[in-house]
Design a protein around this ligand. Structure first.
Ligand code: FAD
Ligand code: NAP
Length: 389
């Protein structure tokens, strides 16, 4: 198999319409999670990628939600609109704008102000006025947090916006990035993704993450296509393949490390691999279990440390496993090992960072200040890299 050529006509400004050739649930029955493995065919795009890069996907909104908004606006969908923030050369239909161009979630107070200004119905006026009262800032924030635009249209049926007025409130629909979970050395013509499908309920309505459910539910395998682009990153396995790699990736954070290990195996890297993975339950959420166990059996990864947060009463997280193995972790670091983290930015990556410092203090015999300097130097040397979201 030859690798695709390095240059491509396709980019973020000119995304490639890619076929998805596989959409597979990674969790086993009984799991609370829905994490899916996707295979994206690069076809004749000429797109290339390297371990550590991300894939950009331009999603479209759910047709049922678009249809409901059109109905609540009392429109047909064929009306021509020019959404303010899109700066389009020519108007497009309301349906096209709502399906492909605009985000239907995360409403702002601007729409409440507009509805208040237009409201003639006394009860609408009073309710909107209450939300806009200076002392109701928290109430307004909570109200908006729980809602998407459709909820607001449903709640004020007597105060109607024109299609143009409505679209002027919406933000641009943005592409989403996904860490690439394959190595082009092993899969030159396709890209693998590991995606947590976002579904939850607020204000008694089921919500569907735009892009994760676009991939999971709306792109038909081998039929319809998804507009994609490759987003290059500085994140990547050690350039010096003799260096050890310590990879911490709970949940979907495992994605780039599947790529790293494939890459290092394909190029015969002599540096050792150590993977820390965690998720809710061992029986249902061990993503790519067979692959990791096979790498381990062949000695292609040296250690696989697993943290199952909901197999027992007390939570066990990847950073607990790091602390348990602190002495050996320090010896890998002290030997020039590279340390990588991927996944949740809000809590996990911060807690892992604290654990890394603790391990360096406890096992490297350093003071807290020295450990801080050591980690700063690791970052400068590109020995500590994060891909967090
Ligand atoms: C560099 C990078 C790499 C990434 N790699 C991956 C990856 O490999 N795999 C992966 O799955 N994701 C990855 N992501 C995240 C991904 O880009 C999307 O953000 C994610 O798929 C959600 O997008 P969505 O369109 O499905 O959901 P959206 O429609 O954007 O909805 C997500 C929003 O819904 C809200 N929300 C979610 N859950 C709840 C809840 N329970 N209650 C209330 N509100 C909630 C939050 O406001 C959240 O921001 C990555 C992000 C970046 C920046
Ligand atoms: N619909 C759902 O049911 C559902 C469930 C989970 C996640 N999600 C969403 O899916 C997205 C990505 O999920 P994901 O699979 O990548 O990861 P994730 O489910 O958020 O987390 C993966 C693992 O990390 C654990 N974890 C939580 N806090 C941690 C911390 N501070 N330090 C270390 N580990 C921690 C989790 O444990 P615990 O969760 O047991 O604390 C879980 O075992 C997130 O946006 C999340 O909000 C949805």
């Amino acid at each position: 198999m030859s690798a695709p050529v390095a240059t491509s006509a396709f980019s973020k400004d000119n995304p490639f319409p890619a076929k998805i050739t596989e959409n597979r649930l990674l969790n086993k029955p009984g799991s609370a999670k829905e994490t899916r493995h996707f295979v994206v065919s690069l076809g004749d795009s000429g797109l290339s990628y390297k371990a550590g890069d991300s894939l950009g996907v331009f999603p479209t909104n759910r047709p049922v939600e678009v249809a409901e908004i059109i109905e609540k606006l009392g429109a047909t969908g064929d009306e021509l609109v020019s959404p303010a923030m899109l700066k389009l050369p020519a108007p497009i239909t309301l349906r096209e704008a709502l399906s492909h161009k605009l985000a239907l979630g995360s409403p702002t107070s601007k729409i409440i102000n507009t509805l208040f200004a237009k409201a003639t119905d006394p009860s609408d006026k009073a309710a909107l006025g209450e939300l806009l009262a200076p002392e109701a800032k928290d109430k307004l924030a909570g109200y908006l947090d729980e809602r998407e635009y459709i909820d607001i249209l449903c709640e004020y049926p007597n105060t109607r916006l024109t299609p143009q007025e409505f679209v002027d409130h919406l933000r641009k629909l943005m592409p989403r990035l996904y860490s690439i979970a394959s190595s082009s050395k092993a899969f030159p013509h396709e890209i693998h993704l590991t995606v947590a499908v976002v579904r939850y309920t607020t204000n008694h309505r089921e919500r569907h993450g735009v892009c994760s459910t676009f991939l999971a539910d709306r792109v038909r395998v081998n039929e319809t296509s998804a507009p994609i682009f490759v987003s290059n990153s500085h994140f990547g396995p050690p350039e010096d393949t003799s260096k050890d790699a310590i990879m911490v990736g709970p949940g979907t954070g495992i994605a780039p490390f599947r790529a790293f290990v494939q890459d290092r195996v394909a190029c015969g890297a002599t540096g050792r691999n150590w993977v820390f993975f965690g998720d809710q339950k061992s029986h249902t959420d061990f993503l790519y279990q067979e692959e990791w166990e096979s790498y381990l059996a062949k000695g292609q990864i040296t250690h696989l440390d697993l943290a199952w947060s909901r197999d027992q009463i007390l939570k066990v997280y990847v950073q607990d496993k790091m602390r348990e193995k602190g002495a050996e972790l320090w010896s890998w670091l002290n030997n020039g090992g590279h340390f990588y983290v991927c996944g949740d930015a809000k809590r996990m990556a911060k807690d892992v960072d604290v654990a890394l410092h603790d391990v360096i203090v406890q096992h490297g015999g350093m003071t807290t200040e020295q450990a801080i300097d050591y980690v700063k130097q690791m970052k400068k040397d590109k020995r500590y890299q994060r891909d967090v979201y």
